[in-house]
Ligand binder design. Structure first.
Ligand SMILES: Cc1cc2nc3c(=O)[nH]c(=O)nc-3n(C[C@H](O)[C@H](O)[C@H](O)COP(=O)(O)OP(=O)(O)OC[C@H]3O[C@@H](n4cnc5c(N)ncnc54)[C@H](O)[C@@H]3O)c2cc1C
Ligand SMILES: Cc1cc2nc3c(=O)[nH]c(=O)nc-3n(C[C@H](O)[C@H](O)[C@H](O)COP(=O)(O)O)c2cc1C
Length: 578
């Protein structure tokens, strides 16, 4: 936790260190914190001599573990930790990747907030922890009490699979479940908020909170830019970087961050709050036959239904709870919902289409009651601040049926876009001397543009090897000129490309990886790290398989899984896939 907790026991040295200590103590305090300190010193002055330093009683700590891929579980865990701190609990929040199983055995009370990714897989940062927990060598946990909040999306067949597995396994290892598993769907807070309240109420049974008057959480003076407090930044360039004839429309977008208070590192993502494109809102209003001028009360203000749909609700992504509500009105929709291939159906359909297909009418009140809140979309940052100063660059593939990518593509220079940085420490660069293998087909190349820029600016000695893939060389070789220039200058040591549709046989990055097995292995043996970014559904598993096969063929031994597990454990095999 970055929050600082100052209790009445706070003591600091007098004499020469006094002013330095005072500066340290007050740095970052807001008005409330300063007022609290003033009161504290006034009380001390009244008592006279410095109060004796009382040894703080060591209260057991509430451990909060988050396992997150796109920041939701982390955000819920941070909110839980902040609530717990406010109530006087000693709290430690760790990311699952930083938690050792043997340390868990020493804890008294641990709350887990964890999402499910891929096809029922753990978030990247929790992979090692989950493997250990579910594995045969996991320690018994008889001293531990626990509760799990699982985050997921009921459109996926393996809803909340990882949270469920963690919950069941902890109980199996002898830990005591203090609260039933919470399963949060896309409308996370509906389940997360009451779960947090219940969990904190229960914590009192085992932990003794400090008196609340003794605890103050000090906030930094400059308000942080976060998902829920984004900044409007100006779009200054919107350039298509695939040819007009290309099937995919990919944009290079440049924003001005000057004065925004937004800072980033290569590997981070930019969260963008979209405004739903007019065509999508028109389609929904037409299909539902709801009155776009009807008034909706939201956030203490009155909006037209049209405006509210445009700015506040998800209308492009079809979530299962929305269809379930519609199924109560239409037997046809209920039938549609019961189909075995529901996940694909949901992904391929929009609410407007479903309404039109089954001729179902819904009014404004129904839309208000059932549509989910609009959520921001994440985009890997494709620039290094060392190279581009106060700009941030994105590389966005446009989905004409989507919300954010279409909103961005339709935005012209000068438009404001509400954004924030979702930091992703697990995908930050390794040390400057480390060789780096980067596998980033399609827009997966975005963070690697940032990496190469950053390493060039820093004069990093580690070599860079990029694997890039797309459909066609002539129309979709993203940032071709930059890569060729980087090769010429030595900022890229190697570049391997796979253009899948330029020949009769389909060729992808994983095929290039297999062809270079000996060299990949030699780089890894020399300490290289391997980073993968892009498509989670097919590319990342295919690359993973190819990597294991390459290692096995180069080693001539069947222990590639152990080798890869060690790479993951050492933080040398990292993925940011979506
Ligand atoms: C960490 C991270 C980094 C990313 N980096 C990049 C990047 O660098 N470049 C890039 O182009 N993209 C990136 N993405 C993907 C990006 O966040 C968006 O998902 C993508 O742009 C589509 O968003 P959209 O709002 O345009 O479309 P959406 O409105 O999300 O719709 C997408 C399409 O899916 C259909 N759909 C229907 N139901 C559903 C459903 N339940 N769930 C999802 N889709 C549904 C929609 O109708 C539509 O056709 C990244 C994602 C993550 C998580
Ligand atoms: C590529 C991808 C795969 C997902 N797979 C699943 C899944 O199999 N089961 C599930 O319940 N949720 C799945 N989800 C939904 C996430 O769990 C959900 O969005 C969650 O809020 C993400 O939390 P996080 O940001 O902390 O990772 C998936 C999401 C993405 C982007």
């Amino acid at each position: 936790m970055s929050a600082v907790v100052v209790s009445a026991e706070t003591e600091f040295a007098l004499g020469a260190a006094r002013s330095e200590a005072l500066a340290r103590l007050t740095d970052g305090l807001d008005a409330r914190g300063l007022a609290w300190l003033a009161g504290y010193f006034a009380a001390r002055a009244e008592i006279g001599a410095p109060a004796p330093i009382s040894a703080p009683t060591v209260a057991p700590t509430l451990l909060i573990v988050s396992g997150s891929q796109t920041g939701n579980a982390r955000r819920v865990a941070v909110a839980l930790a902040a609530d717990a701190e406010r109530q006087g609990y000693a709290v430690r929040h760790v990311h699952a990747g930083d938690l050792k199983l043997k340390d868990l055995a020493k804890e008294r009370l641990a709350y887990f907030v964890i999402s499910t990714q891929g096809d029922g897989d753990p978030p990247e940062e929790a992979r090692g922890f989950i493997d250990g927990l579910l594995g045969a060598r996991a320690p018994r946990l008889p001293e531990l009490r626990f509760a799990v909040l699982a985050l997921g999306d009921s459109s996926y067949p393996r809803f909340c699979a990882i949270g469920r597995a963690v919950d069941a396994r902890l109980a199996e290892l002898g830990a005591e479940r203090v609260l039933d598993l919470g399963e949060a769907d896309v409308d996370i807070e509906r389940v997360a908020a009451p779960w947090r309240d219940a969990a904190l109420l229960l914590a009192k049974t085992w932990l003794t909170p400090a008196p609340v008057s003794n605890v103050t959480t000090l906030k930094p003076r400059v308000a942080a830019v976060t998902r829920d407090a984004p900044r409007a930044i100006e779009l200054i360039e919107n350039q298509r970087i695939t040819t007009r004839s290309a099937l995919k429309d990919v944009r290079h977008l440049v924003f001005d961050l000057d004065g925004s208070g937004i800072h980033y590192q290569p590997g981070d993502s930019l969260g963008v709050w979209p405004i739903n494109p007019v065509a999508h809102v028109d389609a929904l209003l037409a299909a539902s036959r709801a009155d776009g001028t009807a008034v909706v009360e939201h956030g203490g203000a009155a909006h037209s239904l049209r405006d509210w749909l445009t700015r506040e609700r998800e209308i492009t992504r079809l979530a299962k709870p929305v269809v379930a509500a519609l199924a109560e009105r239409s037997a046809h929709v209920a039938e549609w919902l019961a189909a075995p291939n529901l996940p694909e159906r949901l992904r391929g359909t929009q609410l407007a289409e479903l309404l039109a297909q089954f001729d179902v009418r819904v009014d404004g009140a129904w839309l208000v009651a059932h549509l989910l809140p609009l959520a921001p979309r994440l985009y890997s940052i494709s620039s290094s601040a060392l190279a581009v100063g106060s700009e941030v660059h994105l590389t966005v593939a446009v989905d004409p049926r989507g919300a954010a990518s279409r909103f961005l593509a339709d935005s012209v220079a000068g438009s404001p876009v509400r954004a924030y940085v979702e930091t992703n420490p697990r995908f930050h660069l390794p040390g400057d001397d480390t060789d780096l293998i980067m596998i980033g087909p399609g827009t997966g190349v975005a963070p690697f543009r940032a990496f190469v820029q950053e390493r060039a600016e820093r004069g990093a000695r580690g070599r860079n090897w990029l694997f890039f893939g797309e459909q066609h060389f002539a129309s979709q070789f993203l940032y071709q000129a930059e890569w060729l220039d980087a090769l010429k200058r030595g900022h890229l040591a190697r570049l391997d490309v796979a253009f899948s549709r330029d020949q009769a046989e389909r060729v992808y990055v994983q095929h290039r990886l297999s062809e270079r097995a000996q060299d990949i292995y030699a780089w890894l043996e020399g300490g290289a790290s391997i980073y993968v970014c892009g498509d989670a559904t097919r590319m990342a598993p295919d690359v993973d398989r190819a990597l294991r096969a390459a290692i096995e063929s180069a080693r001539g031994r069947g222990d590639a899984d152990d080798y890869v597990a060690a790479l993951v454990e050492d933080g040398r095999y990292r993925r940011d896939v979506y």
